[in-house]
Design a protein. Structure first.
Length: 241
């Protein structure tokens, strides 16, 4: 029988590292966390059990993929709403109440205008960065802008193009009630990159990560087309806050 000692206050920094790792890298298995944080499997399990008991993390079955081998896949651990509350949130209940008031007094159009204005500021930062660093791939530049805004954004290559992954959302609680924020953000991404994009998942709707599919341009002549550079790292941009 395995005897596990209770967690002490000295374990808190390690638990915070576990939470931050899941936030930055998205849904993670215990094995991945152990390797990433250089911890033993037993130590990771101990911290994961405590975080689940606290309501900070939850275990989920991984999404099935074609061609998966035999055997039951390892569970992945994701942040709960309560876990996100413990991280740096740029918007809180006051923000929700403010937009509720805006919706009650100005209607849905007022909320849409607010969402569009917020997205426009992200566009301005994107264009400023691209002008200052024209050598940057536009998708990478976009990920950097979102990371600076607190989204822990990363770029991953997929067969049809790129995938923008936002492991954290500082407005998830607001966007859960007011999806106009996500809709305006998606439209802004499309404008910045000069192509149609598709949101596949959002944290506001309960997914572990916001993912946006950015297909390659098949036509030529667009300045937003992806340069033919080397492959993009799975964790090209990460939050450093």
């Amino acid at each position: 029988m395995e005897i596990v000692e209770p967690l002490s206050g000295h374990d808190q920094p390690t638990r915070e590292r576990v939470v931050r790792s899941v936030m930055v890298n998205g849904p993670s298995t215990a094995a991945a966390l152990a390797e990433r944080l250089q911890l033993t499997p037993a130590a990771v399990r101990r911290h994961l059990d405590q975080l689940i008991e606290e309501g900070t993390l939850e275990a989920r079955e991984p999404r099935t993929t074609a061609g998966r081998g035999r055997g039951r896949p390892a569970k992945v651990f994701v942040l709960t709403d309560a876990g996100r509350d413990g991280l740096d949130q740029a918007y809180d209940d006051l923000a929700v109440q403010a937009i509720r008031f805006l919706a009650e007094t100005g209607g849905e159009d007022a909320v849409r205008q607010f969402a569009d204005r917020r997205a426009a500021k992200i566009e301005q930062r994107f264009h400023t960065l691209v002008e200052a660093q024209p050598e940057l791939d536009h998708v990478e530049a976009l990920a950097k802008v979102f990371t600076d805004e607190g989204y822990a954004a990363a770029v991953r290559e997929i067969p049809v193009g790129d995938q923008l992954c936002q492991q954290h959302c500082p407005v998830s609680h607001v966007a859960h009630e007011f999806p106009q924020l996500c809709e305006a953000e998606t439209a802004a991404i499309s404008r910045m990159l000069g192509r149609h994009v598709q949101r596949l998942a959002t944290i506001a709707h309960g997914d572990g990560v916001c993912t946006t599919c950015i297909p390659d341009l098949v036509s030529t002549g667009s300045t937003a087309a992806k340069p033919t550079t080397g492959s993009i790292s799975p964790t090209k941009e990460k939050v450093t806050r």
